[in-house]
Design a protein around this ligand. Structure first.
Ligand SMILES: [Zn+2]
Length: 367
């Protein structure tokens, strides 16, 4: 990829990502149930990772041609500016990306130390007394830990699904409903693969650490996951009102759970939003939501796929080397070289454009 192609990619990808995130937020409002919104967020994060991969590996249509009104000297100046911009951006991005990875690695080390030093494995006797019914199946390989520290309950999964409960929740004088709600909530996180969605969200966040739309998406997705598990736990428990008591109790004693986990209640502001969401569920309980939601979910997922397809071809006309003789960009060199090795010949150069001849400069830059 020459500097202009890279500049075109780094200018267009954030716009594509912003449109996908806005679309998921709007479509989440269109579907009724939090489970459907969760599915939309998973597709959204996968789409964002897909857009990044496609942007760097495949050619794209140039739906908007650049004006071509630039003189050769202006085009040269712009090209040189793009080369510098790309070099500076590359350094800044690598610093930010490394920072995110290092921070995450640090958190993983702290978490594994927390598991080994501040937690104990729950005994079979304790597990048999947990207030769960026969229908509340535990996932295979589930590790239930009791923590000696005071913090909110949380779950986590890398190799094995893990639920960590603070020891205060297991006291005999503790309300059994609270423990049941917490367990149902955490089990639902694991059952619906929320750790995987959390991982995809983390991958998007690491690659696009500078993008406010990704921070916004992460906050929305986190809240949606909590909405869904609250709904399931509240419906399986006694009443929504008793679940609201559990939320209030956790908010009261809430101390931060380790980061990079799915915590029951990390922020009080989020607990207030979750309470409001559950109250709205009580108000709309009489509606015939289920079949309508299924239709809306299918429609929303279809719209999202279509939008991602269109957005993948939305590229800003900022490549000064873009030839006016074709509406398809050249293949990036790395994928073109792989295809050449397999005997497939693809165009990895700009067609000659009589307006200016900057390709010499571009090849100099690539060397
Ligand atoms: Zn949760």
């Amino acid at each position: 990829m020459n500097a202009s192609q890279l500049f075109e990619t780094v200018a267009s990808l954030p716009l594509q990502v912003l449109i996908v995130v806005i679309a998921v937020v709007l479509l989440s409002r269109f579907v009724d149930q939090a489970a459907s919104s969760c599915r939309l967020w998973t597709i959204g994060f996968l789409s964002i990772l897909g857009l990044i991969a496609v942007g760097f590996m495949f050619p794209h249509l140039r739906l908007i041609q650049n004006g071509g009104g630039l003189s050769e000297s202006a085009a040269r100046t712009l090209f040189v500016a793009q080369v510098w911009f790309v070099k500076i951006m590359a350094v800044v991005w690598i610093i930010g990306f490394s920072g995110v990875l290092l921070r995450r690695l640090g958190r993983m080390i702290v978490l594994s130390q927390f598991f080994s030093q501040r937690c104990r494995v729950m005994t079979d006797e304790e597990i048999s007394t947990l207030p769960l019914g026969d229908q509340d199946a535990l996932p295979e390989g589930l590790r239930l830990l009791v923590s000696f520290d005071a913090h909110g309950p949380f779950c986590w999964q890398l190799q094995r699904p893990t639920i960590v409960l603070p020891s205060c929740l297991l006291r005999e004088d503790e309300d059994e409903d609270v423990l049941r709600h917490v367990l149902l909530h955490e089990l639902e996180h694991l059952r619906t693969n929320h750790p995987l969605q959390h991982f995809l969200q983390g991958a998007c966040n690491a690659l696009l650490w500078f993008h406010p739309a990704i921070w916004w998406a992460a906050r929305n997705a986190e809240l949606t996951r909590e909405f869904h598990c609250d709904e399931v736990a509240a419906n399986a428990g006694n009443t929504i009102a008793s679940y609201l008591k559990t939320l209030a109790k956790i908010a009261e004693q809430n101390r931060a759970a380790p980061t990079c986990t799915l915590a029951f209640g990390r922020r009080k502001s989020a607990i207030i939003r979750r309470t409001e969401h559950l109250v709205s569920r009580i108000e709309s309980k009489g509606d015939q939501r289920s079949s309508r939601d299924q239709r809306r979910t299918s429609l929303a997922i279809g719209c999202l796929f279509l939008l991602v397809l269109v957005v993948s071809q939305l590229w800003l006309p900022v490549n000064v080397l873009a030839s006016s003789r074709t509406r398809v960009s050249p293949w990036p060199n790395w994928t073109a070289e792989i295809l050449h090795d397999f005997g497939v010949s693809v165009r990895d150069y700009e067609r000659f454009d009589a307006r200016h001849d900057l390709n010499v400069l571009a090849s100099d830059d690539e060397d």
